[in-house]
Design a protein around this ligand. Structure first.
Ligand code: G3H
Ligand code: 13P
Ligand code: ZN
Length: 288
């Protein structure tokens, strides 16, 4: 069933559980994710980046997600991920995303606060939630020295002022993870600063979001949840699950020209990858 993100947080999950926010870009990945959530009976967040929207079209990908979410057996909330384009964020809110992320973390702090606050005012009038970002979560484009890397991390006091000044409903923090595949290939090392999560959680009461969580070991995920993370963004591991099975199917059947024949195993690859994450997130209560 399609739900507003706020319904997922009617009761606090902090310290006990985190909702997975899975990135999608097409019908196949969306199907694979929802199959995993249904099999494990877990509510999820489905999200689209600006790149995914450029690839699939805003209305098209929104309708794909919404139609499938309505029919799903588990609660699903729709979120727009890493939005830089404010016009598109407003369009997304008007279309029906119950949550959007404004990522102006690359701007200077005052501008990030100003732009985020303006979007929050618009979103709240429309009944939507906004996720802001303070600190900068690295990606493959951010090749920086160790000292610079430290400076990109979220300062707990600054996170508190940002939350107070903007009124964001959820907050993405930079705590050492990196976007994309590079930390899984050995090109870069992601080190999650659990103590920093805890210090931010002590000062900021809204759900905290861990980005770039693909490849983070399960025990670290558990520590992050215990420390106060309530939403965990996963994209790369789903892409790997999809591509691995697609490549194998094409190699095994080089003459096959019916896309349904080789996309079905690719969908199953997404389901398998999403289930592995869902199981890791769920075991936190058993670990506590
Ligand atoms: O956090 C970023 C997501 O993995 C989206 O990546 O911009 O390549 O769609 P993308
Ligand atoms: P990964 O690609 O590392 O899973 O990060 C996903 C993400 O943070 C989406 O916002
Ligand atoms: Zn992210």
């Amino acid at each position: 069933m399609l739900v507003h993100i706020k319904e997922l947080f009617e009761q606090s999950v902090r310290g006990k559980f985190a909702y997975p926010a899975f990135n999608t870009m097409n019908l196949e990945i969306t199907r694979g994710i929802i199959a995993a959530a249904e099999e494990l009976n877990t509510p999820i967040i489905l999200e689209t980046s600006e790149g995914a929207i450029k690839y699939a079209g805003l209305e098209t990908i929104f309708e794909v997600m919404a139609t499938m979410a309505i029919k799903a057996k588990v609660p699903i909330a729709l979120h727009m991920d890493h939005g830089k384009d404010v016009d598109q964020l407003r369009q997304g809110i008007e279309l029906g995303y119950s949550s959007v992320m404004i990522d102006h973390s690359g701007e200077d702090l005052d501008k990030n606060i100003k732009n985020t606050k303006e979007l929050v005012q618009f979103a709240h009038k429309e009944g939507a939630w906004v996720q802001g970002e303070i600190g900068r979560i690295r990606g493959s484009e951010d090749w920086v020295s160790v000292s610079d890397r430290e400076s990109l991390l979220t300062e707990p006091e600054e996170a508190k002022s940002f939350w107070e000044a903007t009124g964001v409903d959820t907050l993405a923090c930079s705590v050492g993870t990196i976007h994309g595949i590079i930390k899984m290939t050995g090109e870069a090392e992601a080190k999650v600063d659990i103590d920093r999560i805890q210090r931010i959680a002590e000062l900021v009461p809204v759900p905290l979001v861990l980005h770039g969580a693909s490849g983070v070991p399960d025990d670290v995920i558990h520590q992050a949840i215990k420390a106060g993370i309530s939403i965990i963004n996963i994209d790369t591991e789903l892409r790997i699950g999809f591509t691995k099975n697609l490549r194998a199917a094409l190699l095994e059947h080089p003459d096959e020209v019916d896309p349904r024949k080789y996309l079905s195993p690719a969908i199953a690859g997404v389901t398998e990858a999403a289930k592995a994450k869902l199981m890791a997130f769920k075991t936190i209560n058993q670990v506590n």
